[in-house]
Ligand binder design. Structure first.
Ligand SMILES: Nc1ncnc2c1ncn2[C@@H]1O[C@H](COP(=O)(O)OP(=O)(O)OP(=O)(O)O)[C@@H](O)[C@H]1O
Ligand SMILES: [Mg+2]
Length: 289
């Protein structure tokens, strides 16, 4: 279908499902659980607690185990409720299944959110009070990541490989976009974005280490080098096993940031300056170079 220039500007980032005549509430099982309108889903959900990020708040939906409701903070034009095309039906990558204006229904990831909680992370910029307690939250987070079995790292690496295959990526800038399922031993991603970034292990390590918090507190977290180092090793091992690339396009603008983050991850783990040579060694051993 041709789209006019004016409607093109408002085209959603995530493509909607072609069969427009399906009733989203029936397709997604909301009617079965007593929901008769989208407004009812919103009003029943937003009375509960939420998890927050820069762009939105995410609520559990009463009686619905498989989905969560994300409410974007930015005002957007209201639209009809529409189903979104699932780019990877066989895998839970927290994809959007339906949306209406600033509301999105996402597949739910079960587990513990990674990183330092958003509300606490924000204090890094505003006050040094209580930062020692937040450092301890960071330490507890790193202990959890460190204790995850190798299988969980492989699951994350496989998910990132799958994202490469469908031209999606996730916001890899911090740990709150990882969810740790301790029952299934999985590490999963949330906060998907559409568009191709060739994801590598350099996009897996920074959120695992929540490097964005550690960046501001590195002088206080020097006691964490052993677990941090082992997490990096586990991530690299998982990447090699499942075919998630080691970044090898030095000099290209698109990979500059992941290199900088990897260099910082190595520094944090007590191996300042060693990432380039480690990288080379792995590449020549794995013949990816
Ligand atoms: N599909 C999901 N299943 C379970 N929890 C989720 C899901 N998506 C998001 N969350 C929770 O909500 C929080 C905020 O969600 P999300 O990262 O999508 O918001 P954001 O505002 O876009 O984040 P950011 O600050 O990274 O821009 C996450 O850290 C996570 O705790
Ligand atoms: Mg996020």
């Amino acid at each position: 279908m041709r789209v006019s220039a004016s409607t093109q500007n408002t085209l959603p980032v995530f493509p909607k499902l072609a069969s427009a005549n399906l009733d989203p509430l029936s397709v997604l099982g909301f009617r079965e659980q007593g929901y008769t309108s989208f407004e009812q889903i919103v009003s029943e959900s937003i009375t509960g607690g939420y998890k927050e990020g820069y762009n939105g708040k995410v609520y559990l939906i009463p009686r619905m185990n498989n989905y969560v409701l994300k409410v974007l903070k930015a005002e957007t034009l209201d639209t009809n409720l529409e189903l979104v095309k699932d780019p990877l039906p066989e895998r839970n990558i927290s994809q959007i299944v339906a949306r209406k204006g600033r509301y999105q229904i996402l597949k739910r990831q079960y587990g513990i959110t990674g990183g330092v909680p958003f509300q606490h992370f924000k204090r890094v910029f505003t006050s040094s009070l209580e930062l020692k307690e937040i450092d301890n939250e960071y330490r507890d987070y790193i202990k959890m990541v460190h204790n995850m079995p190798q299988k969980a790292y492989e699951h994350l690496a496989e998910t990132i490989v799958a994202l490469n295959g469908i031209n999606y990526h996730f916001d890899w800038s911090h740990g709150r976009n990882l969810i740790f399922n301790l029952d299934c031993n999985e590490i999963n991603v949330v906060d998907l974005e559409r568009g191709h970034i060739p994801l590598t292990v350099g996009h897996m390590v920074p959120p695992l280490l929540d490097t964005i918090y550690a960046y501001y507190r590195k002088n206080y977290l020097t006691d964490m080098s052993i677990p941090l180092n082992e997490i990096i090793q586990k991530a690299i091992e998982a990447a090699l096993k499942v075919g998630l690339p080691i970044p090898n396009l030095l000099g290209e603008a698109t990979v500059f940031e992941e290199h900088a983050r990897m260099e910082f991850a190595f520094e944090l783990a007590g191996n300042k300056g060693k990432w380039p040579s480690v990288r080379k060694k792995i590449l020549s051993a794995s013949k990816q170079a």
